[in-house]
Design a protein around this ligand. Structure first.
Ligand code: GDP
Length: 343
């Protein structure tokens, strides 16, 4: 069905939920003709002054291991923000949705109150084939939400490797939720996380666990000082209880302080750099897909695999052969433009 992009743009700018939902479905689509329409939609929406790097929206990534309390936290924070007059969008980047086709993040049943809130919009993670595909859809969904007047966008992701780095690359401030862990258990927190976190909150600081959480926060704060250099933003480590809505406002204040620290120019620079990095990430992702689907590569892949495993050819030669097969396929595709899409 042909998409009426003009009507969709109007609906999104009007903040209509149905239009927002349709627009996000459109940008998540991998179908060729829908991608054209998605591109047109995004080009129009991001041409607005006050969009893109100049968007006034507060973009925050929220991460942590399953069970740390992400959805409870987002529910508490989101409800506070909408009560204060904000419009809150919640997106999710879930690499496991790529494998399972379903997402545990951004699941509305996990945020019952917020999903019934007319000033909040929750969208589960797209299952777009690859982390790059999910990231692409999420960044575009963010533009849709911002164009629709959502001034806070929370991007939830789970604490596993690359997805956190990916989310850190699309938000202004990265909030890491953790649990009270002391001493040796601190090692369990990957150094990489400490490097990308802008604010750290030790959650479940309630009841008998409050003291323990405070000690953990202090230890984590000293660990942070070792990781971050002087003069840089020193990520604050605070405690909160998402379940009882204790000090969730304090966590938010820290997020806003981080934004203030960046300043308007710093924020615009950060976002511009993210755009550039993301551009190359998209190109790499697309090339990877093309490589996988290249008929030339497919034709020799199994043979090359067997030869490498049998020790008959070295990796360098195998790589050269695969690349040659790919290049040849690309050449042929260029000669027959109508088939270029088949790669
Ligand atoms: P997620 O997997 O990170 O989204 O974690 P959830 O938000 O689903 O929380 C996992 C469990 O921890 C649930 O049973 C929550 O009720 C509980 N929980 C979340 N936040 C807190 C908290 O601040 N204190 C306590 N005691 N429990 C919490």
């Amino acid at each position: 069905m042909k998409v009426d992009v003009g009507a969709l743009v109007d609906g999104v700018r009007d903040g209509q939920r149905a239009a927002v939902a349709r627009a996000i479905t459109l940008v998540e689509s991998s179908k060729r003709e829908r991608r054209e329409a998605a591109r047109e939609l995004l080009t129009t929406l991001t041409a607005d002054p006050g969009s893109g790097v100049h968007s006034p929206a507060v973009r925050v990534g929220i991460s942590g291991v399953p069970g740390v309390g992400k959805s409870t936290f987002i529910e508490a924070l989101g409800s506070r923000l909408t009560a204060a007059g904000h419009r809150v969008g919640v997106l999710a980047v879930d690499p496991s949705s790529v494998r399972t086709g379903g997402s545990v993040l951004g699941d509305k049943t996990r945020m019952a109150q917020l999903s019934a809130d007319p000033h909040a919009y929750i969208r589960p993670s797209p299952s777009a084939g690859t982390l790059g595909g999910v990231a692409r859809a999420t960044v575009q969904a963010m533009s849709v939400l911002e164009a629709a007047g959502y001034d806070v966008v929370l991007v939830e992701t789970v604490g596993v490797g690359q997805s956190e780095v990916t989310v850190a690359g699309m938000v202004d401030t990265f909030l890491f939720l953790t649990l009270a862990r002391t001493g040796d258990q601190l090692q369990g927190i990957k150094k990489g996380i400490l490097e990308i976190a802008d604010v750290i909150a030790v959650n479940k600081a309630d009841g008998d666990h409050e003291g323990e959480a405070r000690v953990a926060a202090r230890e984590l704060a000293s660990a942070m000082r070792l990781v971050r250099g002087h003069g840089e933003w020193a990520p604050p480590v605070v405690t909160c209880s998402a379940l009882h809505d204790l000090r969730v406002d304090d966590v938010w204040d820290r997020v806003l302080q981080h934004r203030d620290h960046l300043g308007a120019d710093g924020l615009a620079d950060k976002r511009a750099q993210q755009q550039l990095d993301f551009t190359w990430a998209l190109v790499r992702d697309e090339l990877d897909q093309r490589l996988r689907h290249s008929p030339g590569v497919r034709a020799i892949r199994d043979g090359v695999r067997a030869e490498v495993l049998a020790g008959e050819i070295p990796a360098t030669l195998a790589a050269d052969r695969l690349l040659a097969a790919y290049d040849q396929g690309s050449e042929e595709a260029r000669e027959v433009p109508e088939e270029a899409g088949e790669i």
